[in-house]
Design a protein around this ligand. Structure first.
Ligand code: ATP
Ligand code: MG
Length: 240
């Protein structure tokens, strides 16, 4: 399998807190890699460091044939890596389609082309029926899906999804699982930060586990679920 993204020994410290400690992982073409770990484990920090929003203290992020550490977020996005944010912030007064066009403009400067591409993305993410709705009228679940669509509209080869299923009801989780599968089938590789274990187990080819900034396990979902180090990390929480 071709490796699209190679994170090597990535470290990030905030004052006395080691948010990431020499984390290494790779992502293959069309792979869905789950990234799990208790609150504060460093998952979002890893996304921020990979996508250029935070500068790691040490380490390397190999993407598109180069080390992208030090490049600004827009340059990394341009190379084909997109992320969503844990706190979703669509433009509230713009319509769903217009929000997605904001992402589409990155590759389609002409409004007509951006609009056409946005409609394709809305179809793929099953938001087409809501195209003209103002974003602020959407439920939390649909807002999360819109965040996914906005990131996808930049036409990434690698998509980083930060808890797009948090706060969703079971039906919405099922819909989002189906959408993530469609996105992968369209040729995008995905890293999925998620606390909803049922979704992680269904979707992911491999699962990586962070704990206190360290990668403590990485492997097939079924093996991860019964890994003693993983179970211990989640002690006091429930892992299904
Ligand atoms: N900008 C920052 N300044 C200082 N500390 C930070 C900063 N960003 C994150 N941290 C700390 O780094 C640690 C890792 O945070 P991070 O947001 O990466 O965790 P997470 O695994 O995404 O957690 P959650 O599951 O709650 O989203 C936490 O202890 C957090 O408080
Ligand atoms: Mg987080």
């Amino acid at each position: 399998m071709t490796t699209l993204l190679e994170v090597e020994e990535l470290s990030k410290r905030y004052g006395g807190l080691q948010a990431l400690a020499r984390v290494s992982l790779s992502l293959g073409e069309r792979e869905i890699l789950g990234l799990i770990g208790p609150n504060g484990a460093g998952k979002t920090t890893l996304f921020a460091a990979v996508s250029g929003f935070v500068r790691p203290d040490e380490g390397r992020v190999g993407f598109a044939g180069r080390n992208v550490v030090g490049l600004p977020p827009h340059a990394i996005s341009r190379l084909g890596l997109a992320r969503t944010f844990q706190l979703v912030q669509p433009f509230p007064r713009l319509s769903v389609a217009e929000n997605v066009m904001v992402g589409a403009f990155a590759r389609h400067p002409a409004p007509r082309d951006a609009h056409r591409h946005a409609l394709d993305v809305l179809e793929l993410t099953r938001l087409d029926a809501l195209a003209t709705r103002p974003a602020h009228t959407l439920s939390v679940g649909l807002r999360k899906r819109l965040e996914l669509a906005r990131a996808l509209a930049t036409q990434p080869r690698v998509l980083l999804l930060d808890e797009v299923m948090a706060g969703l009801n079971p039906t919405e989780v099922d819909e989002t699982v189906a959408v993530v599968r469609r996105v992968r089938d369209s040729g995008v590789a995905i890293i999925l930060i998620e606390h909803v274990m049922a979704a992680v187990m269904q979707l992911c080819d491999r699962v990586a586990v962070l704990h206190h900034g360290e990668l403590i396990a990485c492997g097939a979902p079924a093996d991860i679920a019964r890994d003693p180090a993983v179970v211990a990390a989640y002690l006091g929480e429930e892992i299904h």
